[in-house]
Design a protein around this ligand. Structure first.
Ligand SMILES: Cc1ncc(COP(=O)(O)O)c(C=O)c1O
Length: 442
């Protein structure tokens, strides 16, 4: 990271989409905190909610007292989400929410089904369980994980049907207890078609499979609807997971929200109520939960989906124009709302890459793409004051993901900056980046 300009600077303070460095630079944060900062940095209402909580000396730890915060947040989640997605569990990280949802599905079937399905390009977290459900290329070491995982090609309904048909128990019954999918995959910028998602719903209903949508990254308006799946009226998963901007950029909180009959069948009995309940240390901590309540209020009251659509109206045509003008270096642009991926082509500089980093390409076929993408990110930071990132999954897209509170003028300025950066030419950008890398070593 020290090869990048941002690896060598310290941030003094941050507000909205703007980072103020200790040296007095103003940087526009187009990473969106990798999903955490839909509200931007230090949203005034989030700060005020936390200050109120502290000033009134509210009770932080509610282990056996009734927590009004957990109750209110659960109520509000049920109000925001469609159908009978009414029962919430509130751990602290995305991976815990995913694993909670998977546990719920397994328990719902009373341990009688043993197969879980996930997509080939999935990212669901890095704990042992969620990691074993993750298909990202970063996940190349074979840690032990959840047994019975079957993968299917993202978006291929026939392949899903075939895999479900293959996973039959000896008595002919379906052996799949859950199917886990990101309707919009933020690490590869691919999304499921409406037909695919509705087809999954139909299949899962017919076979009694618990359908889990992982919207940990894409929740709270990022792609132009409150959750990605909500762009399709009437479509309902059995469980949805959320985290990241759920905490308003301050609170480490996540949730799975389940359809009420599923949750009740799994855990609503005296013997099973504590199998997955208030058992984690930080579950329901007061200020974390109160912060999430305010984060949800803001997303609804400030109409975050509309803000993302407004950003899309500038970004989508702007990125398409840049892709056309720089067609030798941009392969493709994909995204929705305020979450876009630009896929750069390393082809034009592969010879150069071989010279500046011999061996890199042999170890990693994506090495060239990563190097040019890093060079673009570094140029945008050093010369244009924009902070961006790329993903480690799939074809390593360069990500354009401003917070939803970003001033539209900054979005316009970003497009000019990207245009100017690409006009420098990839060979020069790579050489500049390599020079910075070498000088950072001294
Ligand atoms: C779609 C998705 N699922 C799960 C996770 C895991 O969340 P966490 O890193 O909080 O465990 C992430 C994190 O990036 C994610 O984007």
């Amino acid at each position: 990271m020290t090869s990048f300009g941002f690896g060598q600077e310290l941030i003094d303070h941050a507000e909205g989409a703007i980072l103020h460095t200790r040296d007095g630079r103003e940087i526009v944060d187009f990473t969106g905190g990798v999903g955490v900062l839909n509200h931007g940095h230090n949203h005034p209402r989030i700060l005020a909610a936390r200050q109120r909580f502290a000033e009134r000396h509210r009770m932080e730890v509610h282990k056996t007292y009734f927590s009004p915060y957990v109750a209110a947040l659960g109520h509000n989640l049920a109000a925001v989400l469609p159908g009978d997605l009414n029962m919430s569990f509130l751990p602290n990280s995305g991976a815990e929410a995913v694993e909670g949802a998977v546990k719920l599905a397994y328990k719902y079937h009373g341990g009688k089904r043993n197969t879980i399905m996930r997509a080939d390009i999935s990212f669901h977290g890095k704990l042992l369980g969620s990691g074993s459900l993750t298909g990202s290329t970063q996940n190349h070491f074979a840690f032990p994980g959840i047994p019975g995982v079957v993968k299917f090609p993202y978006g291929d309904l026939d392949a899903v049907r075939a895999a479900v048909a293959e996973a039959r128990r000896a008595d002919g019954g379906c052996d799949v207890y859950a199917l886990l999918i990101e309707p919009f995959s933020a690490s590869t910028m691919r999304s499921c078609s409406e037909e695919f998602l509705r087809g999954l719903r139909e299949l899962c209903t017919a076979e009694g499979i618990v359908l889990i949508f992982d919207e940990i990254y894409t929740g709270w308006g990022k792609t132009g609807t409150m959750f990605y799946f909500m762009r399709y009226p009437g479509l309902l998963p059995d469980v949805v997971t959320t985290s990241k901007s759920f905490g308003g950029g301050k609170s480490s909180i996540s949730a799975y929200v389940a359809r009420e009959p599923i949750f009740r069948k799994a855990y609503d009995s005296l013997t099973d109520a504590l199998l997955q309940s208030t058992s984690t240390t930080y579950y329901g901590f007061g200020e974390e939960t109160a912060t999430a309540i305010e984060a949800v209020n803001i997303a609804v009251e400030e109409d975050f989906p509309a803000k993302a659509r407004q950003i899309e109206r500038i970004l989508a045509p702007g990125l398409a124009r840049i892709a056309k003008e720089h067609s030798t270096v941009i392969d493709e642009v994909r995204g929705a709302g305020a979450l876009w991926g630009v896929f750069l082509k390393a082809g034009a500089v592969l010879d150069l890459v071989g010279k500046v980093a011999p061996g890199g390409l042999a170890k990693d076929p994506q090495f060239g793409t990563k190097l040019v993408t890093c060079a673009v990110i570094d140029e945008l930071y050093r010369r244009h004051d924009f902070y961006t990132y790329y993903t480690l999954n799939g074809r390593n897209p360069f990500v354009v993901a401003p917070p939803l509170v970003t001033d539209p003028a900054h979005v316009e300025r970003f497009l000019e900056a990207l245009d100017a950066t690409l006009a420098v030419g990839l060979p020069r950008l790579v050489m500049r980046f390599m020079r910075e890398k070498v000088s950072s070593l001294w």
